[in-house]
Design a protein around this ligand. Structure first.
Ligand code: SAH
Ligand code: SF4
Length: 424
């Protein structure tokens, strides 16, 4: 049974912050993973068809059933096979006995005064229910003309960018394609974004309306950014699969122009991201000299600026209508001088680019500070004069600790010995 307690934060924040805390026992889908049942969420269509053939369907029927299931899972958001009315009752039962359409559990859901929502989602491994579950954060940012879902690709991160909170959490594991999509499906459910879905009734913020779907319909989630926890290009296969499914027209149906993958600069996977996935690219640049970037974004030691910029120049599909976004976190007295701004403009010359200046979002224990607003203005001015419009990103959801680089979950990494003991 779902219960929601509205809690207000203490003292001066009380007027500004409300968070909804959901009971841990709540499962949107009481259908808890049991070993032996395979999840169908995250399978590509041919895999779904093959899986159905594996339970005795011939190829023609498997193909037809795969399309029906696809529509129920991604378009209608159904998690209960019994609601699939165009499938005979007997076969629905067989599906339910063999498969799962699992979603994450919601550990917490918080709503910021600015309408930003942050979820802590919990995933269990259906194949190894003895393994401890993992928790990841997903953030929804409503704006006038769009609603953006910020999705995680890993639990923790193997990289250690010195200004990023996620970077202080060791990599626990990659998320599967189903778990990446699970964040999208659960957020759509909570935002009433499926046909006939119920819009949030907490009255805190009206859900925004954009026109993101290929059908020109109005939806709460119009854009996806792979900017949550983890480095998406170190989990390339699963991210590719999830994004291809998210952009499939018969399902979630988000245009690839409305999906952005952000990377710290894993150069070998930049070309495949363009040619195989075809989504928009964002690069976490943050420094324009190798010596400084080595310190801020240590993967730079492996793939230095020259190689990174070259890969960007060759990004498949790049044009003035499909620009690369370069993210640049504003760190006081570290990377925010006029000379840095001029070098930034010089470095990107000739690349169809947008520049996104991100005010540094602090987190407990960091030694960095955000640049002063006058410094950011002056930096932005140089960037503006070079022809890049409105480059400063407004931080969202700071009161619920949901802004860029503030995500971190308490999931711990198990040693190999501990893992082996649990899966033996
Ligand atoms: N790993 C990927 C995507 C996740 S981070 C990447 O690094 O691109 C999403 C964005 O937030 C990145 O540009 C990241 O550098 C930035 N970021 C990280 N910590 C931040 C912080 N404390 N304040 C502002 N931006 C931050
Ligand atoms: Fe990982 Fe991105 Fe954070 Fe770097 S900025 S530690 S790559 S999540």
């Amino acid at each position: 049974m779902l219960w929601a307690a509205l809690t207000t934060a203490p003292a001066e924040k009380a007027a500004r912050t409300m968070s909804i805390v959901l009971d841990l026992d709540y499962h949107a889908h009481a259908d808890r993973p049991r070993p032996g049942r395979q999840s169908l969420v995250g399978l590509m269509k041919p895999e779904l068809r093959d899986t159905l053939m594996g339970i005795g369907l011939d190829e023609r029927e498997a193909k037809m059933r795969a399309s029906q299931l696809w529509n129920w899972i991604y378009h209608n958001g159904v998690t209960d096979f019994d609601r699939m009315t165009n499938i005979q009752k007997g076969f629905r039962q067989k599906l339910a006995d063999t498969f799962l359409l699992d979603r994450p559990e919601i550990v917490t859901e918080q709503v910021s005064i600015d309408g930003t929502r942050k979820w802590l989602f919990r995933f269990r491994d259906p194949k190894n229910p003895l393994l401890p579950p993992v928790d990841v954060e997903t953030v929804y940012i409503p704006e006038e003309d769009r609603g953006t879902l910020c999705v995680s690709s890993q639990v923790g991160c193997s990289l250690t960018c010195s200004f990023c909170h996620t970077g202080t959490q060791k990599l626990v594991r990659n998320l599967t394609a189903g778990e990446i999509l699970g964040q999208v499906l659960m957020a759509r459910e909570r935002l009433g974004d499926f046909p006939g879905g119920v819009r949030p009734t907490d009255g805190l913020v009206p859900a925004p309306r954009g026109s993101g779907g290929s059908e020109g319909d109005s939806r709460a989630i119009t854009n996806i950014v792979m900017m949550g926890m983890g480095e998406p290009l170190y989990n390339y296969e699963n991210v590719r699969q999830a994004l291809l499914i998210a952009s499939d027209e018969a399902g979630i149906s988000l245009s690839k122009r409305r999906i952005t993958l952000s990377t710290s600069g894993v150069v070998p996977f930049i070309e495949p991201t363009g040619s195989e996935i075809g989504v928009m690219l964002a690069i976490s640049l943050h420094a324009v000299r190798d010596d400084l970037r080595d310190l801020l974004v240590p993967i730079n030691k492996k793939y230095p600026l020259k190689e990174l910029i070259e890969a960007c120049r060759n990004y498949p599909g790049l044009s003035n209508a499909r620009r690369i976004t370069f993210e640049y976190v504003m760190l006081r007295d570290i990377n925010d001088s006029d000379a840095d701004a001029r070098e930034l403009v010089r470095l990107l010359a000739g690349i169809p680019a947008k520049i996104n200046l991100i005010p540094f979002n602090p987190w407990p224990g960091t030694n960095y500070e955000c640049s002063t607003s006058s410094r950011i203005e002056q930096f932005a001015d140089i960037v503006n004069r070079a022809g890049y419009a409105s480059p400063v990103r407004t931080p969202r959801g700071r009161d619920i600790f949901a802004a860029c680089g503030q995500l971190k979950s308490a999931s711990e990494r198990l040693s190999k010995k501990e893992r082996d003991a649990l899966t033996a």
